[in-house]
Design a protein around this ligand. Sequence first.
Ligand code: AMP
Length: 198
Amino acid sequence: MSEKLNIVLFGPPGAGKGTQSTFLIERYGLVHLSTGDLLRAEIKDETPLGLQAKELMDTGELVPDHVVVGMIKNKMEANLDAKGFIFDGFPRTQEQAEALDEMLNMKSTPITTMLALEVPEEELVKRLLGRGADSGRTDDQDESVIRNRIATYEEKTAPLKEFYSAQGKFVGIDGMGDRATITGRLVEAVETVRAEQD
Ligand code: AMP
């Protein structure tokens, strides 16, 4: 068994991936890899990559696979001693999932589990508009952009459930309820997977 705990925290925009990541990181000592956060840092620093990504992010489209795969690769290389990674908002396409498997297989530290937060669309829109009002994230302020992000998720990202199911790694998690209850469900799922591995 691999000693590392590598979690894909999956779900549509607004499902609570970022919030829940914080608690899983604390509990298991993992390194957080969020492509959305990495891209927003590039935008803030006004790098050429950031400027290119911003246009796509502002409309709710995905940035090219090679861009996010390159960012993840750099971060993984910089954290080789990590107890494991939590992938938040990545992978989002079949190509990204395959590239991730390849990177992890080279290090013999495969994905442990894919935890998919499930939340109905109307609740996602409500949460994201609320977050947009608080955080200033422009892609959370416009309902048509939010709906496009959800549609992009359904078309390009949701099929990854099949990809991880085929590896026996998909676990659906009810993403409705208070924060601590949902964290409890995620922790229970992690413990179950680990017990099965032992
Ligand atoms: P997030 O913070 O995960 O909601 O991501 C915000 C935006 O960044 C998305 O709507 C995409 O435009 C872009 N993005 C983040 N992660 C990825 C990814 N893995 N692949 C492509 N685009 C991404």
